[in-house]
Design a protein around this ligand. Sequence first.
Ligand code: ZN
Length: 374
Amino acid sequence: MQNSIQIGRLFGIPIQLHFTFLLVIPLFTWLIGSQIGISLSFIFELFGEFNPALILAYPYLFGFLVTIGLFLGVLVHELAHSLVALRKGVRIYSITLLILGGVSSIEERIPDPRVELPMALAGPLTSLALGILCWIVVAAGVAFLPPTPLAGALFYTVGYLAVLNLMLFAFNLLPAFPMDGGRVLRAWLAKKMPLRRATKIAADVGKAFAILFALFGVLAFNPILIIIAFFIYIGAGQESTVLRYQILLKDLTVGQVMNSPVMTVPPDLPLPRLIELMYTTKHLGFPVVDRGAIVGMVALADVQKSTPVDREALLVKDVMTREVITLPPEAPLIDAFRLMSGRQIGHIPVVENGEIRGIVTRTDIVRVMELQEI
Ligand code: ZN
């Protein structure tokens, strides 16, 4: 993921910290430290009273310890997803910790409920187990250990983590994408119906939850709920769109869809001539070829960056994009689609053995999807 630093590897999986995570550590430390009295009386209520001297003396130190403990809990949760995925033969690229928890970057493939169900359940169940374990430690400690300040500090930190891990468990089991519960629901539905219908239903349930969250957030003046609602709504929509593309473009290669032969332009073609060519051919992007080799791509967007007056004097090589992304004919079409969406480009030249074979455009892909849907 972009804007992340790698801090190490666990089980061969790179572990990364997103910059939002680094912002959230001082924020959580401050939130917990400044409200230490409230959390302390809540934990007293759950487990019985213990010696709070050390905690009240260093509230921000314990705010920091609880924050670190929370993110260790998130990391273990994500690792649980990843380890089940690895055992099922799915590739894991990385785990990133960021503002609202963790994200595992998992190989994209059409979901199989037999893989997705255990993978999605592994995270929340691990959080549940961690929560129960912390709970037992504190309950036993309060009952059997002498009430020293040090023991009190341990009970507060671990008791807080018991509550947080149980919240992670419950929150992630909400039946809404991008939460684990959305995947559990989809996998369960997919055993009874086609995957696309299962995804559609799961996404609709997610959207309904998002709307409920937002309403509740507005009524309770709770901005965090509104932000969460927003993420759920977007996540639900994305999940069904991505799946639709994956299914429609399955088994197709770039070579099957590309336009060939492809019209190219030389680097020293004047821009007015290029614009004329766009008018006559109705093509809005051309590979720029110099002595048989691709040296750039020029598209309408590149022309638009110059003013109409400048255009009279400019050549193709002055405005073209020099870093050309190309694909071989045998590349899956979904790769072309991902590259276009990720980098905001509309044309990808298809190159084999250094020679240009054709060009694939976003319009071509959209047309193929429409045809696949009949
Ligand atoms: Zn999870």
